[in-house]
Design a protein around this ligand. Structure first.
Ligand code: TYM
Length: 331
């Protein structure tokens, strides 16, 4: 049995990328390993949500975790800010995290580009907080999508550096993990190679989208004017639709449209209609559960307090031991 940790930032509704890149693995792992899954609300402050949005976003992610099949009795499901021990470990790790390596991080460079007026220190040290999230439970496996690979590499750097500095083997090395083979990246509908919360309007399909919204989004997805001869390479937008079909549709459906593309008889309207229906078939039961769980305030309160208690038990043990290793002593 291994210890598993992963989190999702609380910035609103979850999309298909979150599901296939992360939650699908969480559900599979929760009965086999010691799992900690959390809602990263401290991390969400790096983009400055308003106090009115913060709680609802956390709540929505909690509801969607549960709707997607996380069993709060099997896994520890908690809210990051309910475990303040994380912030102490973050502070301690920050003492050995260097400005240069943080500035080189791809996600930091991307954020500078996206929010040039808000390049805060929380963004710079985002990977340090993430490392603290992971190693506070001494995790070795971290189920995440491809976009988090570099953050995991940094988490290993910080864990190893702590061990080296204090001549210990206290922290295990955490590795990014995906059940099937490689880490995955679900593309967007707008031609971008990644589905993401902060991408353009038509990019993401949310688990809570109703069929009407979803059909509209898919029908507007970026394509091209179509292949004119057999064997033509696919444009990015079309490639994206095929990649979405690969995870959502049956192998026969995928094969049918691949052949139609290859012999240049494809009609993108047909492909989109089929993809939209397969997305609806996949998300409809999730959406139903989202609505049901969302109405059950008592249940959500119970889940949050049970998770906080279990997560703090593990986190406070680590902090106590880390303080001893570093040399803090009671008088
Ligand atoms: P976040 O909230 O952006 O995404 C949550 C999870 O969803 C995955 N994901 C995707 N996977 C495949 N294709 C996509 N298009 C796609 N979009 C998102 C992400 O890889 C991630 O697994 N920094 C993290 C949250 C975090 C965390 C942690 C994760 C904070 N502390 C500790 C693991 C361990 C984030 O912003 O993920």
């Amino acid at each position: 049995m291994e210890t598993v940790v992963s989190g999702i930032r609380s910035t609103g509704n979850l999309h298909l990328g979150n599901y296939f890149g992360a939650i699908k693995n969480f559900v599979k792992m929760q009965h086999e390993h010691r799992c900690y899954f959390f809602i990263a609300d401290y991390h969400s402050l790096t983009t400055h949500p308003t106090p009115e949005d913060l709680h609802n976003n956390v709540r929505q992610v909690m509801v969607e975790y549960l709707a997607a099949g996380i069993d709060p009795e099997a896994a520890t499901l908690y809210i990051q800010s309910d475990v303040p021990e994380v912030t102490e470990l973050y502070l301690l790790l920050n003492m050995n995290a260097y400005k240069g390596e943080l500035e080189r991080c791809t996600s930091f460079k991307e954020k500078i580009r996206k929010q040039p007026d808000n390049v805060n220190a929380g963004l710079l040290t985002y990977p340090v907080l993430m490392a603290a999230d992971i190693i506070i439970h001494k995790a070795s496996k971290v189920p995440v999508g491809k976009d988090q690979e570099q953050h995991l590499e940094m988490a290993r750097t910080f864990a190893n550096r702590f061990n080296r500095l204090y001549k210990t083997d206290y922290f295990p090395e955490p590795f990014a993990f995906n059940f099937e083979a490689d880490l995955i990246k679900i593309p967007g509908l707008d031609g971008a190679t990644k589905m993401g919360k902060s991408e353009s309007e038509g990019n993401a399909v949310f688990l809570a989208d109703d069929p009407g919204v979803l059909r509209k989004k898919v029908m507007r997805a970026v394509t091209d004017s179509g292949p004119t001869q057999p064997g033509e390479p696919k444009s990015q937008g079309v490639e994206n639709l095929f990649n979405l079909m690969k995870v959502l549709s049956t192998p026969d459906t995928l094969q049918h449209f691949r052949e139609a593309y290859d012999n240049a008889t494809i009609r993108y309207g047909d492909l989109k209609k089929q993809l939209a229906e397969d997305m609806i078939a996949f998300t409809a039961p999730l959406r139903e559960k989202i609505l049901e769980i969302s109405a059950d305030k008592d249940y959500l309160r119970r889940v949050a307090s049970m998770g906080a208690e279990k997560a703090r038990e593990s986190a406070s043990k680590t902090i106590k031991e880390v303080r001893e290793i570093i040399g803090f002593k009671p008088f």
